[in-house]
Every structure is written in C-alpha cells, then in structure tokens.
Write a protein that binds this ligand. Structure first.
Ligand code: CAA
Length: 258
C-alpha cells in the first residue's frame, strides 16, 4: 500500500483534508488528486458533515501540478486522457461548502485548487501565483478564468504573464482571499468558520453556495474548455519540454520561442 497523500479527519461536523506530500511541496499528482476527490465525495455523502476544510503544510498549500510527472507528456497524453477533468473537477461537483486554509505557496494548480474552493482563508505567509508561463505552458485548471474573476484583469494578467507571486495582504485587498490571519491561527480560524457554516441549515447552505456560484459562471465553462484545449496544445511545443526539463534539472530554461 503506497503512502497516503491526503490525510482525512472528521472534527465534529467538519471534514478536514490535509494535503500530505511534503517532499514535493504537495505537488498535485494523479494519486493525490484521486485521493482528494474520493475523500470529498465521501464527505459529500456523509450526513454528519456540513462543511469541509482543505489545507496543506506550513510551507506549501500546494506548489502546483506535478511537473516531474507532466514533463514528457505529449499533446495526446494530455488531450486524450482529459488531464485536469479526470479528477480535478470533483471539487466543482461538491454541494457542501469547502474552505481552503492556505499557508505558504499556492502556485499554479495549487492556486487553482484554492480558487475552486468556496472561501480562501490565508495565513500571513501565503503566496499565490500562476507561474506556468515559466514552464512554457499556461494555467490548465481554471487559473486564466477564475483569477481575473477574483482579482480583476490587471492583476490576473500581471500574475499570469510575469509569474509574480501575490502575498496574503495583497490577495485580501484584491478580493482573492476572504481573511488573513497569523500563520499560527490559520487552522483555528478555518475550523471555526467551517464549524459556523456546518451549524447552519445544510439545504440553505448548499443553495446559497450554488446561487453565489451562478453569479460567476455565465461564460466560465466556455472559458475553461478553451483554456484546457490551449493548455493541452502546449504539450506539442519544444518550449514545454525545455521549461519542465530545466525545472527538474534546476537550471534556467533556454526557450526557443521568445
Ligand atoms: N511539481 C513537482 N515537484 C515540485 C513542484 C511541482 N510543481 N514544486 C516543487 N517541487 C519539488 C521540487 O522539485 C523539490 O524536489 P527535490 O527536493 O526532489 O528537488 C521540492 O519540491 C522542494 O522544492 P524546491 O527545492 O524548489 O523548494 P524552494 O523552497 O527552493 O522553492 C518553489 C519553492 C518556489 C515553490 C519552487 O519549488 C517552485 O517554483 N515550484 C514550481 C512551481 C510551479 O511552477 N508550479 C506550477 C506547476 S504547472 C501547473 O500547475 C499546471 C496547471 O495549471 C495545472
């Protein structure tokens, strides 16, 4: 039996999921995402659970999709297997509220995972970013669509094109996170918020969530599909191979197309 990459706990009516791949800064590989999806579906089906919290470690909520796993993939590997849809969209199907408690890095798919949650509570150490451009690709799990909706075009363009990270205070000012707390208070704050939510009427909680989401989803699905196709197509480029190889070899990328 391989090591579990998601720790599952129940505290009262709150389900707590802790991403647990510390050596890779919680890089989101298929095993981790499969485990996360399965745990979310189990909480969704459990009448004893009213809200869910997802967290990572002090250093990283998650540093993105697993670059080592992706680096040699071809266009058909990603397009053919519907990379991202296979297990990432489980979170979108969950009716119960999900809070992301973010400390440290939330980069690439890590930032996208946090944005798929309903509320982001950040430690003052949190750093959000979409650095995929440095790898010769673009965000592939909603970053180009959810980030502008959260922080506006100006900051989203800045982050997606320069790979600049946004600290917790800036993220709160920009509307990406709902609360910033000292790092040692993060879990207490997130669990308290989840406990309050879980004490409310579950149908109204689920419907309030559904209605707030409707406000943002007018053309989101079109955008997500478009983004996914573009993301997949980048695996046909030399620069994706170079960008990901350079990362794993710990050197600067030498892109052909700049
Ligand atoms: N995938 C795979 N492994 C990763 C990883 C990732 N996304 N991020 C970090 N790691 C691994 C590192 O390779 C390293 O492993 P080794 O010890 O075996 O060498 C370990 O985690 C620790 O990382 P660093 O030594 O790099 O730690 P650091 O403190 O010096 O830097 C960091 C931290 C700035 C987060 C840096 O690790 C980094 O830049 N990570 C990559 C971030 C990134 O590009 N994310 C986007 C991924 S693509 C994506 O997410 C696509 C999508 O939209 C779905």
């Amino acid at each position: 039996m391989s090591e579990s990459f998601v720790l599952v706990e129940t505290r009262g009516r709150v389900g707590l999921l802790t991403l647990n791949r510390p050596k890779a800064l919680n890089a989101l590989n298929d095993q981790l995402m499969d485990e996360l999806g399965a745990a979310l579906l189990a909480f969704e089906a459990d009448a004893g659970i009213g809200a869910v919290v997802i967290t990572g470690s002090e250093k990283a909520f998650a540093a993105g999709a697993d670059i080592g796993a992706m680096k040699d993939w071809s266009y058909m590997d990603v397009y053919g297997s519907e990379y991202i849809t296979r297990n990432w969209e489980t979170l979108k199907r969950i009716k119960k509220p999900v809070i992301a408690a973010v400390a440290g890095y939330a980069l690439g798919g890590g930032c996208e995972l946090a944005m798929m949650c309903d509320i982001i509570i950040a430690a003052d150490s949190a750093k959000f970013g979409q650095p995929e451009i440095k790898l010769g690709v673009i965000p592939g799990a909603g970053g180009t669509q959810r980030l502008p909706r959260a922080v506006g075009k100006a900051k989203a363009m800045d982050m997606a094109l320069t790979a600049r990270m946004m600290g917790a205070e800036e993220a709160e000012r920009a509307g990406l996170v709902s609360r910033v707390v000292p790092a040692d208070k993060l879990m207490e704050e997130a669990m308290d918020a989840a406990t309050v939510i879980a004490s409310m009427s579950l149908p109204s909680v689920m419907m309030a969530k559904e209605c707030v989401n409707r406000a943002f989803e007018g053309s989101l699905n079109e955008g997500l599909l478009f983004e996914r196709r573009v993301f997949h197509s980048l695996f046909a480029t030399e620069d994706q191979k170079e960008g990901m190889a350079a990362f794993t070899e710990k050197r600067k990328p030498d892109f052909k197309h700049r």
